[in-house]
Design a protein around this ligand. Sequence first.
Ligand code: NAD
Length: 259
Amino acid sequence: MDLGIKGKRALVCASSKGLGLGCARALAEAGVDLVMNARGVEALEAAAADIRTDFGVEVVTVAADVTTEAGRARLLEAAEGVDILVNNAGGPPPGMWTDWDREDFIQALDANMLAPIALIKALVPAMMERGWGRVVNITSVSVKSPIGVLGLSNSARAGLTGYVAGTSRQIADQGVVMNNLLPGFHATDRMVGMDRTQAEAAGTTPDEIRADRSKSIPVGRYGTTEEFGATCAFMCSQFAGFMIGQNILLDGGQFNSTM
Ligand code: NAD
């Protein structure tokens, strides 16, 4: 399917692995040139090289921490004038509500609320001037259905969701479409790590934890980064022009609700 975005340019944050990489690859497949980002150089360069070979698009890489002001300044230098922004960063660590102090919340807010807002503020004005733009923020199922041990994530992402709900409606008449994409369990390094940690705590194997978690998903398995990326690419496509301020949940049906 031609998504109508061939020749556009996208900044995909935190995209050397996992869900961000899934989004980068799906956009590249649609003919979009990329600015890719991650903190570590090695995986980033390898992912970028694969994309150039597989899809023949231009890929610029910026190894930087998107949650810091200095990192974002370097990213914005490379990404000036992009048509598409995919916001992403690693999630905050798990813990107990009694563990977290002000500084923990500030860090989570910086990473999962204020960093995406800063990039939106920097890049959306030029999209509005050109009359076309797309923003997809990768958040989490935890926005709809809280995960107790991820209280820092629940809080920071809820803040971003509120901001996007209002702002997306303020920019829509200038051709800029902004929405959130909410992953449930997906088979990425982060999930493998979480399965491993839980297995150690429960004295079992990561495979058993994964099988157990999969039972709570009507589809019966974790999602793939390809499925996630394809949904993101659609949300960045010409066909998404009437979708504003939505929270698109990709969780295999795990969140049980009628609407
Ligand atoms: P991952 O650990 O597999 O990949 C994360 C990617 O982000 C890597 O490329 C890493 O280098 C990069 N990265 C992390 N922090 C960064 C930073 N500060 N600056 C630049 N790059 C950075 O993670 P994932 O599973 O793809 O998750 C992506 C996001 O989605 C996270 O915020 C996570 O909490 C959230 N999420 C994931 C799942 C899931 O099942 N995988 C579910 C819900 C929410």
